[in-house]
Write a protein that binds this ligand. Structure first.
Ligand code: ADP
Ligand code: MG
Length: 691
């Protein structure tokens, strides 16, 4: 038996099977979703809530409002739609009227209802003609005579065999042990920020009685989660500011020598970004800068400037790209620019033989190479630079990489420049790149033509290909993009499209094929053929998504457009706005749901990548960008960056202020916060030496 004066950590270490009211079956299942102890249960925040405080008679419903309805299932129907999807409808009746609950593409819902069964459904109400409708409502099954109380019920993640009821019971039981929890915030801080104390908040976040209580409880934990992350980022920034880097001022001479290399006038945006980069590099502290700009705005120029600035000061630069295709393209660009200079360039590719690679390493280590270009994987592995002064990471999609880019370098830190592939939403920037300074390029090089985007379907295929052929004959080039396919799917692959087009609509034209499973050599060859115009059409998966730059390519057909994200489509389309001819992009699509349709409509109606990034984020939520695999940071447990943007800004400002006041969080009142952030982010953010 636990004594009442036992420490809360000890109480909360109680395994779920030892909790009162948890039956053996549930105790068996809970650990499968990571809920092993009382502490796990208590900090397993609900993924949603069922608001039963507004249960209404169907007659009293209002269009567009959230509400709950109690009734009996009258009828269940299920039909297939023309585009291969399905609609499941469940008619529910109460004493006053009836309501139809519907689900799209969730055929299994059909089996979850029986006529006569009493249910509570809640969700957003719509008046569709003469009937009330609720799309994808939350459902609670009721006993014969059960009258749901006006309460707010938590909804948890489950696994096969586990019921909401099981988790709710277990959480209730665990909460009995959760008093005297560790409060990370000093008491006066809680008061100042109007945050609920943890003991109170932890109860209300699971079992609130009103929406206000729920909002307050949630606010406390969301704030805490975002604050701790921002604190970690601020601390990381602080430590970086304390390390040393070589000063590389851009003298007038160096500046003019570098600028002379570019065959065009730089845009105002490029000049401004270069100014910021040069100012950073002139200081004895490492630059940590993120460069954001829309597809085609000319970020590479800024990278080249920075690299040559480092070289001018006798340092080496490394440029890392996400794919070999792109790395190779960068190497080509640099080779052209540097044709008449002394700068020694080396391209690290996966195609090098072990012997060649060994020689390359030796040259880098001996300082016989000034600029190294390759993929992140290739450069990071085990390359020891003689005198690394700058690292540029291009087209940063995989956010974690930056953290792990521990390039071997004794003493001084290199300067860092990170470039994104397309603009990313503000709140994501703050979260994932919260420790970096940011430069924006908001203009495009002059004379850029707009891409005309058409959303279309099979009916117009023949006409599109006719247009496509006409343009090809006139000397232009085009891409045909197909989604990457998983093996179990039935969608046509790039190969199949290639065969079909070669034998059909594009017979007689020179076609190339590029997909992810090809070896680096083969990819290179295909890219090169397309670049030089030997092939007129490149049938490809999204490997061309980032960066690829072929000015004569003005045509693009995207198949199965609904399967791509908005930023991804925008990035793809960016491939055909490179030259001075207008681009034409046909997106073939069968949007299956509202979000897909909105995404595609946004694509057709805007060409502003900054705007599209926000729309995409609104529609898809942070999941895709903040998916655990894509970046090194732990998944957010309660904060939702689409919803909690205001709180994010507040947490960020507060964290920065705290670090300004107590740069190493050395004060005793900050000890718990510090311990928490080290536990959570110490490893991924490399904060080891802070603790
Ligand atoms: P992104 O920002 O998408 O990486 P790139 O750096 O690949 O864009 O540049 C896109 C194209 O625009 C390239 O062909 C590049 O040569 C060209 N470009 C870049 N800056 C300018 C400029 N100031 N004037 C004209 N063309 C430019
Ligand atoms: Mg680029």
């Amino acid at each position: 038996m636990d004594r009442p004066d036992d420490a809360p950590e000890k109480r909360l270490a109680t395994p779920v099977r030892a909790l009162r009211g948890v039956d053996p079956r549930a105790a068996e299942l809970l650990p499968r979703i990571g809920l092993k102890t009382a502490a796990d249960l208590v900090f397993n925040f609900p993924r949603d809530y069922l608001d039963l405080t507004d249960i209404r008679a169907i007659r009293d419903l209002e269009h567009g409002q959230m509400a709950g309805v109690v009734g009996a299932v009258e009828e269940i129907d299920h039909r297939l739609t023309s585009n291969g999807g399905s609609v499941t409808g469940v008619l529910i009746r109460d004493e006053t009227d009836c309501l139809r609950a519907i689900w799209f593409n969730q055929g299994f819902m059909r089996d979850k209802f029986k006529p006569g069964q009493r249910v509570l459904v809640s969700g957003k109400v719509k008046r569709e003609g003469l009937v009330w409708e609720m799309a994808h409502p939350k459902v609670r099954y009721l006993q014969e005579d059960q009258q749901p109380k006006g309460q707010i019920v938590p909804v948890y993640r489950l696994c096969e065999g586990l019921r909401q009821l099981d988790v709710r019971r277990a959480v209730k039981s665990a909460l009995q042990l959760a008093h005297g929890l560790e409060e990370a915030f000093p008491a006066d801080y809680l008061a100042k920020k109007r945050l609920l104390p943890i003991d109170q908040a932890i109860r209300l976040v699971h079992f609130p009685e009103t929406q206000e209580q729920l909002a307050d409880a949630r606010r406390r934990f969301v704030y805490q989660e975002l604050f701790v992350l921002q604190l970690a980022l601020a601390l990381r920034r602080q430590t970086q500011q304390e390390s040393l880097a070589a000063e590389m001022p851009a003298t007038a001479l160096v500046d003019s020598r570098i600028r002379r290399l570019f065959p065009f006038e730089l845009t105002a945006g490029q000049n401004a970004a270069i100014g910021e980069v040069a100012a950073d590099m002139a200081r004895p502290k490492p630059m940590n800068r993120l460069l954001q700009g829309d597809v085609g705005c000319g970020k590479t120029v800024v990278a080249v400037y920075a690299m040559l600035l480092a070289v001018a000061h006798g340092y080496q630069s490394a440029l890392m790209a996400p794919t070999e295709v792109l790395a190779h393209q960068h190497a080509q660009t640099l080779r052209n620019l540097l044709a008449h200079s002394q700068v020694r360039l080396l391209e690290l590719t996966g195609a090098l033989t072990p012997r060649e690679r060994q020689d390359a390493m030796a040259a880098i280590a001996a300082g016989q190479v000034d600029v190294v270009v390759g993929t992140q994987a290739l450069i990071q592995e085990d390359v020891a630079f003689a005198k690394l002064g700058l690292v540029v990471i291009d087209e940063q999609h995989k956010f974690g990489v930056r953290q792990r880019a521990t390039l071997k370098q004794a003493g001084m830190c290199p300067h860092y420049l990170v470039m994104t592939a397309t603009p990313i939403p503000r709140s994501v920037t703050m979260t994932l790149f919260g420790d970096l300074d940011i430069s924006f390029i908001r203009d495009l090089p002059p004379g850029r033509q707009k891409v005309n985007t058409y959303l279309t379907n099979d009916d117009l295929r023949a006409r599109w290909w006719e247009f496509f052929r006409k343009k090809l004959t006139a000397g232009q080039q085009g891409y045909v993009i197909t989604p990457r396919v998983e093996e179990h799917e039935t969608l046509a692959s790039a190969e199949q499209h290639f065969q079909e087009l070669a034998a059909g609509e594009l017979a007689g034209f020179r076609l190339g094929l590029l997909h992810g499973r090809m070896g680096p050599d083969e990819k290179d060859e295909q890219m090169e053929c397309f670049r030089t115009g030997q092939t007129q059409v490149l049938v490809a998966t999204t490997v061309v998504e980032v960066g690829v730059d072929v000015p004569r390519a003005t045509l693009m057909a995207i198949e199965d457009g609904e399967r791509f994200g908005l930023s991804q489509l925008h990035q793809l389309r960016g491939r055909i706005s490179r030259g001075t001819e207008p681009g034409y992009c046909a997106v073939f699509c069968r949007p299956e749901n509202d979000d897909a349709r909105k995404r595609l409509e946004a694509l057709a109606s805007s060409t502003d990548g900054f705007e599209l990034a926000e729309v995409d984020f609104e529609l898809r939520g942070p999941g895709d960008l903040l998916g655990t695999r894509q970046h090194g940071l732990a998944r957010l447990r309660i904060a939702d960056l689409t919803r909690d943007q205001e709180l994010l800004k507040l947490a960020r400002a507060d964290a920065q202020q705290l670090v300004a006041e107590d740069p190493h969080l050395a004060r005793t009142e900050h000890a718990l916060l510090k311990a928490q952030l080290l536990r959570r982010y110490g490893k991924t953010l490399d904060l080891g030496d802070v603790g």
